[in-house]
Design a protein around this ligand. Structure first.
Ligand code: C2E
Ligand code: SIN
Ligand code: SIN
Ligand code: FE
Ligand code: FE
Length: 406
C-alpha cells in the first residue's frame, strides 16, 4: 500500500512536470491562462475557476472557466470581461494577494465572521451560479514575484457533488502554481513586447494603447476557433493555432513601419498615388517575417502579406515571386483558398475593426451599416464561410470590443 501511495505521488509529480513542460510551448497570455486553469481544475476536480493578474496596486481579471455555465472550448464572451479588484483584505482574492498564502473556504456563504474578507455574490447573482467551496492561491514565481491569484471554485467528488477542496488538492495545486506563475509572467511580457513593437512600427505614437490590435487579435482567435471546431480540428492543434493566430494577427500591420508619416498619419483621404504606396505595407510586413524560423514567423508572414487579399481575387498585393526583390511584379491575383486561412480571417477581423473605429480619416460606422457591408461583401471581399462564422459568434465579438475599448 505504501508503495502504491508513493507511486501515485511520484506519478502525479511527473504529470505536473509534464504540464509545466507543455506550458513552455505556449506563447500568448490568454492561452497560458486557459491552460493553467484547465490543468489546475483537473488536479482539484473544480467546476470553475478564474485567474487575476497583478498590476501595480490592483488585480485585473484575466480568464475564467465554468463548466456549468459554458464549455471551455466554445467561444464565450465571459472570458472577455474587464474589471479590477483592489489588493486589500476586503475580498478573498485581494486578501490572498496581500498575504501570499493559499486559502481554502468550504462554503463561501458561511465565512466565519472573524475573517476580514467577505464573499462577493455579484457573479453568482448575475449568472445564476452558486459558489460553495473555494481554493484561492497566490501565483508567485520562484523568486517571490507576485504575478496574480488563481481561484478554483466548487470541487466535485465522484458523485458530482460539490465538496470542500481536499487536503491533497490544497497541497498539489500550490505546487503547480509557482510554475504557472512563471508562465503567466512570461505571457504578460510577451504580450507587452508585441504591443511595444506595434507601437514603434505602426502607430509611432507613445500614447497609443494598442487596443485595436488586441481586438483584431482576439477577433481572429475566436473566428479561427469556431472555424476549427466546425472542421473537427484536433483540439491540441486548435489550441496551438489559436494562440499563434492571436499573436500573428496583432502584427498584421507592422509593415506600416515602412510607410512615411505624411501618408500614414494623413488626416484625410489618400490620393491614388498615396494609396499605392500604402499598399506596400503588406510586402514590408512579409519581409519582416520572411525567415520563417518559427511557426509564429510563418503565420505572421502569411497574415502580414495576405491580409488585404480578397476572396474574389481583387485584393493586393497578389502573387509575388521574390518578396525581397525591389522590382517586385504584382498583378497576378490571389483568390479563394489561394489565400491562407489565417489571412482570410484577419481580413474580416481587420475591416470590422477599421469600420467600427474612428480613424483620423474617417468616423466610426454604426453596427447596422457595418453588418450590411460585411454581408454584402460575403463572397466578394470575404470568405463566405467566415462571414457566417462571424455572425454566429457576434456576442463574443461584441464582448471583445467592449473589453479592449479605446
Ligand atoms: P485600416 O485603417 O486598418 O483599414 C483596414 C481596411 O479596412 C482597409 O484596407 C479597408 O478595406 C477597410 N476600411 C477602412 N476604412 C474604410 C472605409 O471608410 N470604407 C470602406 N469601404 N472600407 C474601409 P485598405 O483600404 O487596403 O487600407 C489599408 C490601410 O491604408 C488602412 O488601414 C489605413 O491605414 C490606410 N488608408 C486607407 N485609406 C485611407 C485614407 O483615405 N486616408 C488615410 N489617411 N489612410 C487610409
Ligand atoms: C481607398 O480607396 O482610398 C481605400 C478605401 C478606404 O479605406 O477608405
Ligand atoms: C489551417 O491552417 O488549419 C487550414 C489551412 C488553410 O486553409 O490555410
Ligand atoms: Fe493592413
Ligand atoms: Fe489594419
Amino acid at each position: 500500500m505504501i508503495y502504491q501511495a508513493d507511486n501515485y505521488a511520484s506519478e502525479t509529480t511527473a504529470s505536473i512536470m509534464k504540464k509545466i513542460e507543455e506550458l513552455n510551448h505556449l506563447n500568448d497570455i490568454d492561452t497560458i491562462l486557459d491552460k493553467i486553469l484547465y490543468e489546475a481544475r483537473q488536479l482539484s476536480h473544480a467546476d470553475a475557476g478564474s485567474i487575476f493578474i497583478m498590476e501595480e496596486d490592483k488585480l485585473r481579471f484575466g480568464y475564467v472557466h465554468n463548466d456549468t455555465l459554458f464549455k471551455a472550448h466554445e467561444a464565450s464572451g465571459a472570458v472577455y470581461v474587464d474589471y479590477t479588484i483592489p489588493i486589500n483584505d476586503q475580498s478573498i482574492v485581494g486578501y490572498v494577494a496581500l498575504t501570499g498564502e493559499p486559502l481554502s473556504i468550504d462554503d463561501a456563504y458561511r465565512i466565519p465572521s472573524d475573517r476580514p474578507f467577505m464573499f462577493n455574490p455579484e457573479y453568482d447573482c448575475k449568472f445564476g451560479y452558486t459558489t460553495t467551496s473555494m481554493l484561492t492561491i497566490p501565483l508567485m514565481t520562484f523568486h517571490g514575484k507576485r504575478v496574480g491569484v488563481m481561484q478554483l471554485i466548487n470541487a466535485k467528488n465522484q458523485d458530482n457533488r460539490i465538496v470542500p477542496f481536499s487536503k491533497e488538492s490544497q497541497a498539489l495545486v500550490p505546487l503547480f502554481a509557482n510554475n504557472a506563475a512563471v508562465a503567466v509572467d512570461r505571457g504578460v511580457m510577451n504580450r507587452e513586447m508585441i504591443l511595444r513593437m506595434v507601437r514603434m512600427a505602426e502607430l509611432r505614437d507613445p500614447t497609443e494603447t494598442g487596443t485595436h490590435v488586441q481586438r483584431v487579435g482576439s477577433y481572429a482567435a475566436e473566428l479561427y476557433q469556431h472555424w476549427a471546431i466546425k472542421h473537427d480540428t484536433d483540439i491540441h492543434d486548435m489550441k496551438r493555432k489559436k494562440d499563434l493566430i492571436r499573436l500573428a494577427a496583432m502584427l498584421h500591420d507592422v509593415g506600416k513601419v515602412g510607410i512615411p508619416d505624411t501618408i500614414l498619419k494623413k488626416p484625410g483621404k489618400l490620393s491614388d498615388e498615396e494609396y499605392d504606396t500604402m499598399k506596400w505595407h503588406t510586402v514590408y510586413g512579409g519581409r519582416l517575417f520572411n525567415n520563417q524560423t518559427s511557426q509564429l514567423d510563418a503565420m505572421s508572414f502569411d497574415i502580414a502579406l495576405n491580409h488585404h487579399e480578397k476572396w474574389n481575387g481583387r485584393g493586393y498585393p497578389g502573387k509575388i515571386e521574390d518578396i525581397m526583390s525591389v522590382e517586385m511584379k504584382t498583378g497576378v491575383p490571389k483568390k479563394t483558398d489561394e489565400i491562407p486561412l489565417s489571412a482570410r480571417i484577419v481580413a474580416l477581423a481587420d475591416v470590422y475593426d477599421a469600420l467600427s473605429s474612428k480613424r483620423p480619416y474617417k468616423e466610426s460606422w454604426s453596427d447596422d451599416q457595418i453588418f450590411e457591408t460585411i454581408r454584402s461583401e460575403s463572397g466578394r471581399h470575404f470568405d463566405p464561410e467566415l462571414v457566417e462564422t462571424f455572425f454566429k459568434i457576434i456576442s463574443v465579438i461584441k464582448a471583445i470590443q467592449n473589453k479592449y475599448r479605446d
